[in-house]
Every structure is written in C-alpha cells, then in structure tokens.
Unconditional design. Structure first.
Length: 217
C-alpha cells in the first residue's frame, strides 16, 4: 500500500475533531512529499536539526511539530518556525522557549508533557510538579509561550487495560487543569500501536508514523 493510501485509511478512521500528526522522523523528503501531495500538512520530527533541514527544503505551508525530547541549547534553531512543541517537561525549558520566542517576535505553542507510563525512560511532569509550576509566578510571566494542552506516552506494553488506564488518568488531569488553563484544547496521546485506545479516552491529536510511512530502519 502506498503512503497516500495508508494516510487516507488512517484519516478516514479519525473523528473530524482529531488532528493527525504524521511522524516523519528519519524518513526521506520524497516520502514526506508523497504525504504532502495526498493533503497532509502536519509533520512531526524528533530531532531539531533534521526538522530544520526539512523545513528549509519543503513547502512553507507545512506545520512542523517537535515531538521528541528537547535540549534547551537547540531551541533557537526551531524557534523561527516550529508550530507546536509537544515535549515540554520543565520550567527551565519553557523559559528558554519563551526567550527564543521573544527573539523571533512570536508566541510559541507548547504542550506540557506528563509522565503517565510505568517506564523510567519517558520524560514528563507528574501531577504535583505540574500544579506547582502552573502556580509559580514565573510561569505566568512567560509572554512568548502559549500552553496549548498536554501530551503523554503510554507504557509500551500489550496490556491494553494498562494503556487505557494511563490515557484515562491523563484525560482526567487535562480536564482538571483546564480550569486554570482554559485555553488548552489539545490532548496529544496515541501513536500507531495505541491510538484507537487514545481516541476512546479523549485524545484530540494523534502522532502516527510507522502506519503511514512503514517501519523505521
């Protein structure tokens, strides 16, 4: 099946209210162009250098999402163009994004990453840290960031009940935090292997790569 066909199949399976991020990390430009020609305009990358190189080459109406772990010293490279940063996991990182937003005279959209998985390898805030940060006066003073929502990654397991529990807990936290951050509209959960469960548990944005572009080498 061609990329365009896979893309169409996935889009048809998503509710109209859900945004699809095509995860194009490590994939060649021709694969992205095939998806672009099929109508896809939102692409997710996990390395800033690779994303910047693709941004420089590909059509300018593409919306670039940074979905990987972000190193503070590299924020400046994507600050001029990035549409959404998914993995914000510290106030220090938010302050750097805010600084680079100011340097580029723009407000940068961010998702706060919440640690919902049982694996130690995943980054993110826990509920207590998140609540404390939101109440920090320093957080309120960041004028060049916009908190668009939350992001989370479930445990990599075949136990679908566990995955569902983790997504459900994140959705409950998202609903709770909307009282303090009413502008939040994005809950970015679900990837190729678990996005159907994520959708059932309130996801508004899914990040799908291998089901569109094939397995990464």
């Amino acid at each position: 099946m061609k990329i365009a066909e896979k893309l169409s199949h996935i889009k048809n399976s998503l509710p109209a209210s859900v945004t699809l991020v095509a995860v194009s990390k490590t994939k060649p430009l021709e694969d992205l162009l095939e998806a672009y020609d099929a109508g896809q305009r939102i692409f997710g990358e996990n390395k800033i250098q690779e994303m910047t190189s693709k941004w420089e080459t590909l059509p300018k109406d593409i919306s670039w999402h940074m979905i990987g772990h972000v190193q503070r010293n590299k924020v400046k490279y994507m600050a001029p163009y990035v549409a959404l940063i998914h993995g914000v996991d510290s106030l220090k990182l938010l302050k750097e994004i805010n600084k680079q937003g100011a340097n580029n005279n723009r407000t940068i959209n961010c998702l706060l990453q919440v640690h919902i998985a049982e694996e130690d390898t995943k980054f993110g805030f826990d509920e207590e840290e998140l609540t404390a940060m939101i109440q920090d006066p320093e957080f309120s003073s960041l004028a060049h960031i916009h908190i668009s929502g939350l992001m989370g990654m479930a445990t990599f397991t075949n136990d679908t009940l566990q995955v569902r529990r983790e997504f459900k807990a994140l959705h409950q936290l998202y609903t709770k935090l909307q009282e303090q951050l009413p502008d939040m509209t994005i809950l970015s959960t679900g990837m190729s292997g678990d996005y159907t469960i994520a959708l059932e548990e309130g996801s508004t944005m899914v990040r799908i790569g291998s089901s569109i572009f094939g397995a990464r080498k």
